[in-house]
Design a protein around this ligand. Structure first.
Ligand code: NAD
Length: 374
């Protein structure tokens, strides 16, 4: 090929090649990673810049490749993956049919092998804010839609970073977990949803008056293209939950990472017990939607609301996370089967630490608890 293949001198290295016919150009990456599938291949075509990140079978390492293509392509990439050899073929469609490409392009970024996800350089894709609708007095449901040519999958329990450029030119980056756009779409936990075209991600975002990111977001209108979205990031291992019931303990917006996890468990015919802490009734995100979920799954979904600043009429549980509130809910006799449960916790850091301490005393171990943090 006209650009040099990288040498494959040791295990974990990736070699590359390319080929063309009248209509397509195919980039070939020999990853030697068994168990890869198309979900682990994220691609982006932005003008002539083609970027791909390939996640290892356990999602914990990745390989990045970016090239400025020599000629124009349509914003469309079809990845084909060999499960057994890890050979990845990325098919691009030539804009000018029958044009013979003299070279593939100029490499902008390629690290020779898979590297730990935490060491990989961030990659952000452009998006358009296509929906910003109020969920309660300070939480918005925001939909970010991607131009064609963007292809990626956010695993359950994983998040992305959103980058926003402020008026003074500084960039602010915050992490958010995409959610399904409604709770009634329990049929799928795919993010972006495979049934949605064009590709979009949905987020529940709480506006903090003195938060630089969210107050800037508050000023954005639908149609804004100032938010960029990173490749998926995370360390949640979905297989930990296999065959287990979910005990979900969330405070405030800490509910967001637990939404897809809970839907995934319900879809797999197992039970979800959700203990949801908020200040007031008005702060409860998706209160009605969760109520509908309880009605839809009366034997599989159990929800307790706990308010720390309730009004006098509040008939439910009161206070913050404590041994006694756990004793009357997820640690009560009916739900306290630690062996068949997996617990997920998310909320303010003090809340998470205290919950982990209490779960530890109740017999949960590192293998049966995941805390979302950061
Ligand atoms: P909030 O301040 O409105 O509090 C909600 C509830 O959390 C309170 O009613 C109380 O029960 C509990 N709580 C708050 N502070 C506590 C403390 N110090 N000790 C014990 N309990 C406490 O919540 P919010 O403004 O919605 O904030 C949610 C938090 O969740 C944020 O800190 C956010 O960073 C975190 N979060 C983390 C992730 C993640 O790590 N993936 C995702 C979403 C949200």
């Amino acid at each position: 090929p006209p650009f040099p293949s990288l040498s494959a001198s040791s295990a974990g290295m990736v070699t590359t090649d390319w080929m063309q016919n009248l209509t397509t150009v195919t980039i070939v990456l020999y990853t030697r990673q068994k168990g890869l599938d198309a979900r682990r291949i994220s691609t982006s075509i932005d003008g002539n810049v083609f970027h791909t990140r390939i996640y290892s079978d356990d999602w914990l390492r990745c390989f990045d490749y970016q090239i400025r293509l020599a000629e124009d392509v349509h914003p469309f990439c079809k990845p084909t993956v060999s499960l057994t050899t890890g050979k990845v073929e990325l098919g691009l469609q030539k804009k000018q049919i029958a044009l013979h490409w003299q070279k593939l392009g100029d490499l902008e970024e390629v690290i020779q092998g898979f590297q730990p996800l935490g060491q990989a350089p961030p990659f952000f894709r452009r998006s358009v804010l296509t929906r910003k609708s109020r969920v309660n007095h300070n939480v918005f449901l925001c939909t970010l839609t991607f131009p064609t040519g963007q292809n990626f999958h956010v695993p359950v329990g994983w998040h992305v970073q959103l980058k926003l450029c402020l008026e003074d030119g500084t960039e602010v980056i915050r992490s958010y977990t995409p959610i399904t756009s409604t709770l009634s779409s329990c049929e799928t936990t795919d993010c972006p949803s495979i049934s949605e075209s064009p590709t979009a991600l949905h987020f529940l975002i709480k506006i903090y008056a003195n938060g630089p990111f969210t107050s800037a977001l508050d000023r954005l209108s639908e149609g804004s293209s100032s938010i960029e979205v990173s490749n998926p990031i995370g360390n949640f291992v979905g297989s930990q939950l296999e065959g287990k019931n979910l005990v979900a303990i969330a405070a405030g917006t800490g509910i967001t990472p637990l939404i897809r996890v809970a839907i995934d468990v319900l879809r797999n015919n197992r039970r979800v017990s959700l203990l949801f802490f908020n200040r007031t009734q008005d702060d409860i995100i998706w209160k009605e939607e969760f109520r509908e979920l309880e009605l839809k799954y009366p034997n599989k979904f159990k929800l307790w609301h706990v308010l720390s600043e309730p009004d006098d009429e509040w008939p439910g549980l009161r206070g913050r996370i404590s041994k006694s509130v756990l004793a009357t809910t997820i640690l009560s006799e009916e739900y306290h089967d630690v062996g068949s449960n997996f617990a997920c916790v998310c909320g303010p850091s003090d809340f998470t630490l205290e919950t982990l301490r209490l779960l530890d005393s109740a017999g949960y171990t590192q293998e049966t608890v995941h805390a979302f943090s950061g």
